[in-house]
Design a protein around this ligand. Structure first.
Ligand code: ZN
Length: 226
């Protein structure tokens, strides 16, 4: 069954993966059927939201940004608390990277599902991946499937959470972006944990991104342009 003109809501962080997902959704559902949604959750780097807006505008899709001001009050993670050093540290207690924001993806997808429910949008698209993933348990397929089931039950809906990158390596994600004609859009994205532009090139996020582009034999327009 063709998905064209079925409405879809893409969770857009302004990063490489969600930007690739946005272009995947445009191909699958049609540009006019796609809306992008971002969350202002007090992230350290406001540049993420600026990039998300730029990526959506460049792609020609509507973009909404919803505020969620609770994560800072929960405390303790490196992407919202500026005092915590990022550099790939592992939390002693949980064994997870200190960049893990507990509940973040679950909350984002739940808010996105509620937003979609109000507007009769049956498809959510998110760029989570369990391959090459940083050890985030909320990026696993098992988690997403369980959440989809909870949302269907809890909202009496037929919502589907699409995860086109779930089983792709970073290399394969770059290849998908290339095949979708989304490489130029990569120049607008933001990946660096240190929030610098041009990117620092040293943090775990920068290194993972660089490895993917290198293995795909594609030059990263974000780095090439600066
Ligand atoms: Zn970096």
């Amino acid at each position: 069954m063709s998905r064209q003109n079925q409405k879809a809501l893409v969770l857009l962080s302004g990063g490489q993966d969600s930007t690739t997902c946005l272009h995947w959704a445009i191909r699958e559902f049609g540009r006019d059927a796609v809306t992008a949604i971002s969350f202002d959750y007090g992230q350290r780097h406001r540049i993420e939201l600026e990039c998300a807006a730029a990526v959506a505008e460049d792609a020609g899709v509507a973009h909404v940004c919803l505020p969620i001001d609770t994560f800072n009050a929960l405390g303790g993670d490196a992407l919202t608390e500026s005092a915590i050093e990022v550099e790939g540290a592992i939390d002693d207690r949980t064994g997870l990277p200190n960049t893990f924001v507990p509940g973040r993806n679950l909350v984002f997808l739940t808010y996105a599902a509620a937003y979609a429910w109000q507007r009769d949008v049956p498809n959510l698209v998110t760029g989570v991946a369990q391959t090459d993933y940083s050890g985030y348990p909320d990026c696993r397929e098992e988690t997403i499937k369980a959440l989809q089931q909870a949302l269907r039950l809890g909202m009496e809906s037929e919502v589907t959470i699409h995860t086109p990158l779930m089983h792709l390596s970073k290399k394969e994600t770059v290849e998908l972006a290339r095949d979708l004609g989304a490489l130029d859009a990569m120049a607008l994205t933001h990946t660096c944990y240190n929030g610098t532009r041009p990117p620092c090139g040293q943090c775990p996020a920068c290194r993972l991104r660089a490895k993917g582009f290198e293995e795909a034999g594609v030059s990263d327009p974000l780095v090439a342009d600066v």
